[in-house]
Ligand binder design. Structure first.
Ligand SMILES: [Zn+2]
Length: 279
C-alpha cells in the first residue's frame, strides 16, 4: 500500500466492535492527519478486561471506554508512550484500580508512569491468553508489540499501522531500529496485525515486506536527490515528496532526517551542519 492508497476504515465511535474471540476494538475520537480515524484501543476478555493502549487523556474518550467495557478493567497494557496511546493510562487506572503495564517510561513524556515495565519476551496473563511483549524500537525507542498466544493475532501499535507508514522521529525513533524491528516481526511468522491506527492487517508478513520495500525506495530517492551535490533536509523533502499535503511537511522532514541518520551510520552520507552529501 502506498501513502496515497488509504483503505476504507470507518469505525463506529463509542462502540466496542468484536473483531475476534475475546478481542474488541474501540476507536477514540481523535482522528487527524497523523492518527487517521483515531487511536484503536483493544479490549481483551469479557469477564475481566485487559485494555491495550487506553488512548488519549480525554474525558469523553475515557467515558466511552468505561461505558463500552462491560466488565472490570484489571490491567492497562501500553505499546509506547505517545500521548494518543498512553495519555489516558493514569486517569483510567485511577478510576478502575487497574495496573499500568508495558513500555518503559521516558523523560520526555512524564505523564506516562507505568506500575510495571515489560522487557522483551515478558508475558502478561489475560483472559483470552498470554500476551507476549516483543521489543520493536524504531517509531519510539520503547515501542512494544504484543503477540497473543495461539490466536494468530499480534497487536502492532504504531510499528505497523493499517493505513500508512510509521513516522520515525529522531532521536527517540531510529530508522536502523525500525528496519530491524520489521525483520523481528517477520521472524515471528504469519499473523494478523491489530494496529494502533486503521483496520486490521490480515497478512502481516506481506505488509512488513511492503513497508521494507517502501523504505528502501525512499532511501534510493534520497540518494538520487543527493547525487547532484549538497542538500538540506528541506531540499530533499521538496525533491522526494511531490505533492505533499502541507500538514505533513514536518513529519516528512523528520522522516528524511531519520533516513539521513541511518545512511550516515552506514557511511553512505556525510552530514556537516545542516547539509548532507554523498560519500
Ligand atoms: Zn506513536
Amino acid at each position: 500500500m502506498s501513502d496515497d492508497e488509504i483503505p476504507e476504515f470507518m469505525p463506529t465511535y463509542g462502540v466496542a466492535e468484536k473483531i475476534a474471540e475475546g478481542v474488541r476494538r474501540l476507536t477514540a475520537r481523535n482522528g487527524g492527519p497523523l492518527t487517521f480515524r483515531g487511536t484503536n484501543c483493544y479490549l481483551l476478555g469479557e469477564h475481566e478486561v485487559t485494555v491495550i493502549d487506553p488512548g488519549p487523556d480525554d474525558e469523553s474518550h475515557v467515558s466511552d471506554l468505561l461505558a463500552a467495557v462491560g466488565a472490570p478493567i484489571r490491567r492497562i497494557v501500553v505499546t509506547h508512550d505517545h500521548a494518543d496511546h498512553a495519555g489516558a493510562a493514569r486517569r483510567l487506572s485511577e478510576l478502575t484500580g487497574a495496573e499500568v503495564i508495558g513500555a518503559a517510561p521516558s523523560p520526555a513524556r512524564p505523564f506516562y508512569t507505568p506500575d510495571r515495565v515489560l522487557a522483551d519476551g515478558d508475558t502478561v496473563a489475560t483472559e483470552p491468553g498470554g500476551l507476549r511483549a516483543i521489543a520493536t524500537p524504531g517509531h519510539t525507542a520503547n515501542h512494544l508489540c504484543y503477540d497473543l498466544a495461539d490466536s494468530g493475532l499480534l497487536f502492532s501499535g504504531d510499528h505497523v499501522m493499517g493505513w500508512s507508514t510509521s513516522v520515525v522521529v529522531p532521536p527517540d525513533g531510529r530508522m536502523a531500529d525500525y528496519m530491524a524491528s520489521l525483520d523481528r516481526l517477520a521472524a515471528i511468522g504469519p499473523r494478523t496485525y491489530l494496529p494502533g491506527h486503521g483496520d486490521e492487517v490480515i497478512d502481516g508478513l506481506a505488509r512488513v515486506a511492503e513497508l521494507k520495500r517502501h523504505r528502501e525506495a525512499r532511501e534510493a530517492a534520497i540518494l538520487r536527490a543527493l547525487d547532484g551535490g549538497d542538500r538540506t533536509v528541506e531540499d530533499i523533502v521538496a525533491a522526494v515528496y511531490i505533492g505533499l499535503d502541507p500538514s505533513l511537511a514536518a513529519a516528512a522532514a523528520l522522516s528524511v532526517a531519520a533516513h539521513a541518520d541511518w545512511l550516515e551510520e552506514r557511511g553512505l552520507v556525510r552530514k556537516v551542519a545542516d547539509r548532507l552529501s554523498r560519500l
